[in-house]
Design a protein around this ligand. Structure first.
Ligand code: SF4
Length: 197
């Protein structure tokens, strides 16, 4: 039996992972690095399409919506009125709100694996990371242009980190270094970014 489905797609939210296109290539295509909803009309900046879907199409469209990592796709069954894939953020029955608190002086714990020295090379537009176990004695140098390349190499390929908070620290510093390279700022590890003096 054919079912009426409405798809609402927020093009602004799309980060171009293409999982919706892999799941439902008849309904989503790639345009300019982002997904595009086939046969859509615009409604307040949202791409909307109505489809008569057989079981295969129904499953493809629902899977495409559910696969979107940024909740850009809403799918509604127009026969039942039920939202099959929602874009709203919901809360769990045991939902809690927590105010972030941390005292770096008291709570900081060193990673027993070692630590990193980070600097930027404005000439090559690269970030350089030195891994040390002893004070300023570099065992491995990792060089890259993007934070994700560097932290994936350090964490998953070289396995140089043993603490999750150390990985979070590394990500924060790499992003700062990247911003410094993008905007011609001075990067000093653990300091705020500032204009080059
Ligand atoms: S799955 Fe979501 S983020 Fe990925 S291309 Fe499709 S709409 Fe964009």
């Amino acid at each position: 039996m054919m079912k009426k489905l409405r798809v609402e797609y927020n093009h602004e939210k799309c980060i171009g992972t293409k999982t919706c296109i892999a799941a439902a290539p008849r309904y989503f295509e790639l345009k300019g690095g982002k997904a595009h909803l086939v046969g859509n009309y615009k409604q307040e900046g949202i791409q909307v399409s109505d489809y008569e879907a057989d079981e295969t199409a129904y499953n493809e469209i629902v899977e495409a919506g559910a696969s979107c990592p940024v909740n850009a796709i809403k799918v509604k069954d127009m026969n039942s009125g039920k939202v099959l894939v929602g874009t709203e953020i919901t809360t769990a029955p045991d939902y809690r709100e927590v105010t972030a608190q941390y005292d770096d002086m008291k709570e900081f714990a060193l990673d027993p694996n070692g630590y990193f020295l980070i600097r930027v090379n404005h000439a090559t537009k690269e970030i350089e990371v030195g891994f040390c176990k002893e004070r300023n004695h570099v065992l491995v140098k990792i060089t890259g242009k993007k934070p994700i390349d560097i932290y994936q190499t350090i964490i998953n390929k070289e396995k140089l980190i043993s603490r999750i908070d150390h990985g979070a620290y590394l990500g924060r510093e790499l992003q700062k270094a990247y911003m410094a390279l993008q905007h011609g700022l001075e990067y000093v590890q653990d300091d705020e970014l500032k204009a080059k003096g």
